[in-house]
Design a protein around this ligand. Structure first.
Ligand code: GAR
Length: 210
């Protein structure tokens, strides 16, 4: 099994969906640790309650982004992490850190990339009047919210949607998508070719059982 480290900054609901998936007998991933850059992240307590080593590395205590990342990197490598899985990790990373985990770091973003990179994705999707929204799991590259796409899930935008109602619908799709995309990637079923992922199982259908 691939040893993963999950990076969070808050609630950790995507982390929980990965913890639950990792309990399935044939799931190709073992969770080595959870790290939050915010000591008060609710996800840390949840991870500990599930018996997973969880540590806070408070970015505010470091003089620079590089110094914070050096500590983060040491924690991950020390735990034997082979694949870094960002799940609501809200801290920008330097190119050096990202490149040191090249092709070994995934992220989930609450939009259908390359649309709506950055923050406030749902408000901007509503303002743009899109009729389909969704989420993306991608391999992390230094440029913000870019990199080879592993899998996506779409949800409808409904008349009368608010930022909150759309966010909730997308989040439910995230919880189905991430375990599937991680399984595909960790089992070698998603191969990076150029800057695209070729999935040998074709499209990931998040409605399928894991
Ligand atoms: C999720 O919607 C995730 O896609 C988003 O933050 C939320 C975290 O929720 N990530 C980003 O916006 C990354 N830029 P969670 O802590 O409950 O998983």
């Amino acid at each position: 099994k691939k040893r993963i480290g999950i990076l969070i900054s808050g609630r950790g609901s995507n982390m929980v969906s990965l913890i639950e998936a990792a309990r399935l007998p044939d799931y190709p991933v073992e969770i080595a640790c959870v790290v939050s850059n915010r000591p008060d992240a609710a996800g840390l307590d949840r991870a500990r309650a599930e018996g997973i080593p969880a540590i806070a590395i408070d970015h505010k205590l470091f003089p620079s982004r590089e110094a914070f990342e050096a500590e983060l990197d040491a924690a991950l490598r020390g735990a034997g992490v082979e694949l870094v899985v960002c799940a609501g990790f809200m801290r920008k990373m330097t190119a050096g850190f990202v490149e040191s985990w090249r092709d070994a770091m995934l992220n989930i973003h609450p939009s259908l990339l390359p649309s709506f990179k950055g923050l406030d994705t749902h408000a901007r999707a509503l303002a743009a009047g899109v009729k389909v929204a969704g989420c993306t799991v991608h391999v992390v590259r230094p440029e913000l919210d870019s990199g080879p796409i592993v899998a996506q899930a779409a949800v409808p935008v409904l008349d009368g949607d608010t930022e909150e109602s759309l966010a909730a619908r997308v989040l439910a799709a995230e919880h189905r998508l991430y375990p599937h995309a991680l399984k595909l990637f960790a089992s070698g079923g998603a191969v990076i070719s150029g800057e695209r992922v070729e999935a040998d199982q074709g499209l990931v259908n998040p409605a399928d059982p894991l």
